[in-house]
Design a protein around this ligand. Structure first.
Ligand code: 13P
Ligand code: SF4
Length: 335
């Protein structure tokens, strides 16, 4: 099949709609394609275990953005969601950036449509806009600084105390940061569907059954949950804490994909996914989990679907990303 036919095949569905022969060793094929095409495969911790295991780098949003900015590869394949691949393109426009499924979106990014956010921003003309990286390129372009869960506190602390701030799009992360930094940032009313699903009641019961466990949570979780957490941090910070802390059991309130790396890093410890407030596995992110090993293989094979971006939009979105990188470097969070 040539690449033009492949392009037609992604038109409707957002991913290459082709049958993959079940006899193909996808792990070996992906490794071969990486070498042949000088591809770097970046994956977020929320990807399925097979994808994490073939990735060249797995990380949180800050680490992934840094890798995307620094790579010498010709092609960046992003096993994550759309805003992450878009961020890679913003930082590295000369590279071809591929996402296995273009429909891998993000409920949090979707909760901030750019036209509405523009109106909100105009109501607060004296405010500086700090946006969480989980947002579209259009929202980034309307922002002064971008942050991630790994550097948000340092970014806010770098701003003079008398400077009013709008924080978007995550109200839970924003409320957590207001508490931590003593600021009164104006919050956009967005949230992540995965991190709002946890049941405080079930977690409390689990804690009683596992009294020596540590309860660790991502700051996208709701305030009541964060109030009882032993540790709060980005995915990378949660992983590090689980490795370094002497506890043998951890109740983990974030997307379940991270448990794969935690278990690999600490095989003798037990990791319990924090239970959701219903009986389905809703703490799996439906967007992250749209990527599969088959789609990843096809995407690397046919170099589709590709992230494209208007250059003016890219340049406007780059500015606040560069400020984030600058502040993160000064704070020693990245090198
Ligand atoms: P981090 O991995 O940066 O903590 O982000 C979590 C997340 O929700 C990504 O979608
Ligand atoms: Fe978006 Fe939440 Fe999924 Fe992360 S876990 S990609 S914030 S919907």
């Amino acid at each position: 099949m040539d690449i033009n036919i492949a392009k037609d095949k992604i038109f409707e569905k957002g991913f290459l709609d082709l049958e993959v022969d079940v006899h193909i060793d996808l792990f070996a094929e992906i490794e071969r394609l990486k070498k042949e095409k000088n591809i770097v495969l970046l994956a977020h911790y929320y990807q399925e275990p097979d994808i994490q295991d073939v990735a060249d780098y797995i990380g949180d949003s800050l680490g992934l953005a840094q890798k995307a900015a620094q790579t010498n590869a010709d092609i960046i394949v992003f096993a994550g969601v759309h805003f992450m691949a878009e961020t890679a393109k913003i930082l590295n426009p000369s590279k071809k950036v591929l996402l296995p499924d273009l429909k891998a979106g993000c409920s949090l990014a979707d909760s901030a449509p750019a036209p509405l956010f523009k109106v909100f921003k105009e109501k607060h003309p004296d405010h500086l806009v700090i946006s969480y990286i989980n947002c579209s390129a259009e929202i980034k372009a309307l922002s002064d600084i971008i942050c991630t869960s790994g550097n948000a506190e340092k970014i806010i602390e770098s701003i003079p105390e008398n400077q009013p701030i709008i924080f978007a799009p995550d109200k839970n992360l924003g409320a957590y940061l207001n508490k931590k930094t003593g600021r009164s940032m104006v919050l956009w009313n967005g949230a992540c569907m995965v991190h709002e699903i946890f049941s405080l009641e079930k977690i409390t019961k689990l804690k009683i059954r596992h009294p020596k466990s540590k309860f660790i949570a991502h700051p996208e979780c709701e305030e009541a949950l964060l109030a009882v957490a032993d540790f709060i941090g980005s995915t990378t910070q949660l992983l590090k804490y689980s490795q370094e802390n002497e506890a043998l059991e951890f109740i983990v309130a974030t997307e379940t994909g991270i448990l794969h790396k935690m278990q690999q890093a600490s095989p003798n410890k037990t990791f319990i996914p924090a239970p959701p407030n219903n009986s389905c596995a809703c703490n799996d992110c439906p967007h992250m989990k749209l990527n599969t090993l088959e789609k990843l293989y096809l995407c690397m094979m046919y170099e589709q679907p590709e992230i494209k971006m208007d250059e003016n939009l890219r340049l406007a979105a780059l500015k606040p990303m560069e400020r984030m990188m600058e502040i993160s470097k000064k704070a020693g969070l990245i090198v």
